[in-house]
Design a protein around this ligand. Structure first.
Ligand code: NAD
Length: 266
């Protein structure tokens, strides 16, 4: 039997076929999960709707996570269509372009609030109304990045937002554990997506990852999708409150690894 047969997942954060959320959607679909999607704005609806329909989704809803009324509208549709569901995926982040370039010290108050609201608080905002609709054994997970732990050039305010997101994962896991709901994060290595293209010098992050991360290559959207499948399924039934690395390089020195070492050299 497929790992997720009879299960339902609501996915926030597909923008196009390159989105990490789409990699997760495909992995969940492959294992028999019924999917619902949200999209941000009409322009993205044109991209998201055909993708969602290609995996048989009937629940395709607008949602700006900065607007509580839109979040409420999503869950009232989910309650009508599904009643209960099993998996909630948060793959959302946003910061002003000028705050993802230059120095962190230049971050404006406004830019800080925006990045924190959309990229970190939104996990709380979409989790709270989901709780009464989630089945026991349900799984929630969010996407994060190594720039939450160490300084990553130009990641700036997003690194601070991801640190808040990861701390939120731990507090939510503790709140919701007694209800049988698990909350985790996946910290993915860099992948070229729409959101990533907003980070100044992102190509350097890809090069750094390929040179230094344990696998010495960049990772694929589908590899993050498979990690998401594990977190969504009963295979991770006692795993909660954790950040899971998909070759994010977190335990490797952020120094370049020499291509060739001389014989006998340490
Ligand atoms: P993406 O651009 O495909 O996805 C980002 C999504 O956030 C988009 O669907 C966008 O519509 C959505 N979004 C932005 N503001 C929103 C709002 N106000 N309301 C609702 N949705 C909003 O890019 P991605 O790289 O797939 O990003 C998905 C997640 O993965 C993000 O949390 C990102 O930080 C994280 N991540 C990305 C990488 C990478 O290298 N691409 C690495 C680690 C973690």
């Amino acid at each position: 039997m497929a790992l997720l047969s009879g299960k339902k997942a609501l996915i926030f954060g597909v923008a196009n076929e390159r989105s990490i959320a789409w990699g997760i959607a495909q992995a969940l679909h492959r294992e028999g999960c019924e999917l619902g999607f949200t999209f941000l704005g009409e322009a993205l609806e044109k991209r998201v709707r055909p993708l969602a329909e290609s995996v048989g989704s009937k629940l395709i809803l607008p949602c700006d996570v900065a607007a509580d009324a839109q979040i409420d509208a999503v869950y009232s549709e989910v309650a009508k269509a599904w009643g209960k569901f099993d998996v909630l995926v948060h793959a959302i982040a946003f910061a002003k372009k000028e705050d993802l370039a230059g120095d962190y010290v230049s971050t404006s108050r406004d830019g800080f609030h925006l990045a924190m609201d959309v990229s970190a608080y939104s996990l709380v905002a979409i989790t709270r109304p989901a709780v009464p609709l989630l089945n026991p054994g349900a799984s929630i997970f969010a996407l994060t990045y190594y720039g939450s732990e160490k300084v990553s050039p130009h990641y700036n305010v997003m690194g601070v937002a991801k640190a808040a997101l990861e701390a939120s994962v731990r507090y939510l896991a503790s709140d919701l554990g007694p209800k049988g709901i698990r909350v985790n994060a996946i910290s993915a290595g860099p992948i070229k997506t729409l959101a990533a293209s907003g980070i100044s010098g992102f190509k350097d992050k890809l090069k750094m990852a390929a040179a230094n991360n344990p696998l010495r290559r960049t990772i694929l959207q589908e590899e993050v999708g498979n990690a998401g499948l594990y977190l969504a399924s009963h295979l991770s039934s006692a795993v909660t409150g954790e950040v899971h690395y998909v070759d994010a390089g977190a335990n490797i020195m952020a120094e370049s690894v020499p291509e060739e070492k001389k014989e006998g050299e340490a």
